[in-house]
Design a binder for this molecule. Structure first.
Ligand code: BGP
Length: 473
């Protein structure tokens, strides 16, 4: 029998500062690594950037009014570190803090629970220049100071906090694939950066608990559960290696403070393992997140990859099906197409059942409540002459995922809430404004000269009903 969603289930939607706010030089904001990176020719889609984004900075009241009308229970957003500390540390920029006070007050006034992400990738450029950002342990103090400033400012107002958004993504794309700032391709540095980010994450979580903050805190992990292509033991082992290196490597450290053994040994063998200093282990093991945030988009299907096999392949940033390249780790695994699922135009595999599988794995392994902090479908949307958007593909995607969550709850998972990605359309880091995720269409294009008018998509009304019925149908 299918369980019901809990009465206080947080039906929500998410965004991130750089992708929605715009106003990149306003009210004393400092420059972030993304503000710089998008200015390097050829780095991002047609040099599209978030200078203006969808102007949420000036239109947040209009956006929140739409949330209220829809019945949204929670809105997940991130704070731009550079608005609070333009150079990463030092004096608080009061105007920056004021903006988030206004945003949070407006949400609360409209009965929407604010969910605040401390770090969604827009590192202050000053810290990158000064000591290499995440490559230096100096960042632990600066990040903790920034987080503590927000804890003090919003104590009692914000009850849900996300520490780091997708550490696995910003480190892999930043230090392995050179697709995100700082544009490095070096596995040793990638794992070193991760170790430091784990320490910063643990420090901030401990701080939150030491301060007796009312509410909950946890990291958001981009979880792509791994399957084996078949029952050939070689392929099964390859899938386990992939799960260890691509998933458990992060989740085990968040939850247990321990690196998975096989993965750690592999990294030691390659000479890529991070240095663990005295006291690190104790710190990692001491931090206890209140929930695990999961961003779920797809699964990955794997098979054995010979030593002379494929390495890092290309991601699809074209929006044309079939333009991604096979990728993997020679001698271990490679990711292959799953013949049983469909793909989006960006080659992301559509697999609602995978969300149920992922939630079950997390529940059995860690016994921790999960907050689904992102899930959604990036597609082209078409605005009709009557300003309507018939995104039935998105409704199908989301409703199948909502159903999978309900099944996982029936299986025994504790799920606190579900945030779709995204609320309004917004900037996709590497795909510009053409790849849309929102319930609310924003008239913005690659030249960034759209009117920025907001239009409700069909999925907006669909979700309104889901919330009303608490996911019953
Ligand atoms: C996640 C990020 C989001 C968002 C989403 C969609 O990894 O946390 O910020 O961008 O993915 O990704 P994309 O824009 O590449 O389609």
């Amino acid at each position: 029998k299918l369980a019901s969603f809990p009465k206080d289930f947080l039906w929500g939607s998410a965004s991130a500062a750089y992708q929605v706010e715009g106003a990149w030089q306003e009210d004393g904001k400092g420059v972030s690594v993304w503000d710089e990176f998008v200015r390097i020719p050829g780095k991002t889609f047609k040099a599209t950037n978030g200078d203006m984004a969808v102007d949420h900075y000036h239109r947040y009241k209009e956006d929140i009014a739409l949330m209220k009308e829809q019945g949204l229970k929670t809105y997940r957003f991130s704070v731009a570190w550079t608005r609070i500390f333009p150079n990463g540390r030092g004096e608080v920029n009061q105007k920056g803090l004021e903006f988030y006070h206004d945003l949070i007050d407006e949400l609360i006034k409209n009965d929407i629970e604010p969910m605040l992400t401390l770090y969604h990738w827009d590192l202050p450029q000053a810290l990158q220049d000064e000591y290499g950002g995440w490559e230096s342990r100096k960042i632990i103090d600066d990040f903790t100071n920034y987080a503590t400033t927000l804890f003090e400012a919003f104590r009692g107002k914000v009850h849900y906090w996300v520490s780091l958004n997708e550490q696995n993504v910003f480190t892999s794309l930043g230090y392995m694939l050179a697709a995100h700032p700082p544009g490095v391709q070096d596995p040793k540095r990638m794992y070193a950066v991760n170790h430091i980010a784990f320490l910063a994450n643990a420090t901030v979580i401990n701080k939150f608990h030491e301060m007796n903050m009312p509410g909950k805190i946890g990291p958001s992990f981009a979880y792509t559960p791994n399957y084996s292509i078949d029952s050939n033991p070689k392929n099964v082992l390859a899938a386990e290696d992939a799960e260890d290196l691509m998933a458990n490597y992060w989740m085990d450290v968040y939850m247990w403070g321990k690196y998975p053994i096989a993965a750690r040994n592999y990294l030691l063998e390659q000479g890529w393992a991070p240095e663990i200093e005295e006291g690190d282990q104790e710190l990692l093991e001491s931090a206890k997140p209140d929930f695990l945030g999961i961003n779920y988009y797809q699964t990955a299907t794997n098979m054995f990859n010979p030593l002379d096999g494929v390495g890092m392949g290309k991601m699809n940033t074209t929006g044309k099906k079939g333009t991604s390249e096979e990728s993997g780790i020679p001698g271990m695994y490679k990711k292959v197409d799953n013949p049983f699922v469909n793909r989006t135009n960006w080659d992301w595999e559509i697999d609602p059942e995978g969300l149920r599988i992922g939630l079950r794995r997390i529940t059995s392994r860690y016994r921790i409540p999960v907050m689904i902090t992102e899930n959604g479908l990036g597609e082209y949307d078409k605005l009709t002459e009557n300003n309507e958007i018939h995104d039935e593909y998105r409704i199908e995607y989301l409703s199948n995922h909502v159903h999978a969550i309900r099944e996982a709850i029936s299986d025994g998972a504790t799920v606190l809430g579900y945030c779709t990605w995204s609320y309004t359309d917004l900037l996709s880091w590497l795909n510009g404004y053409q790849k849309r995720y929102g319930f609310v269409y924003v008239d913005q294009d690659e030249n960034q000269d759209g009117s920025l008018a907001r239009y409700k998509k069909d999925s907006y009304y669909w979700y309104q009903k889901v919330i009303q019925e608490n996911g019953e149908n």
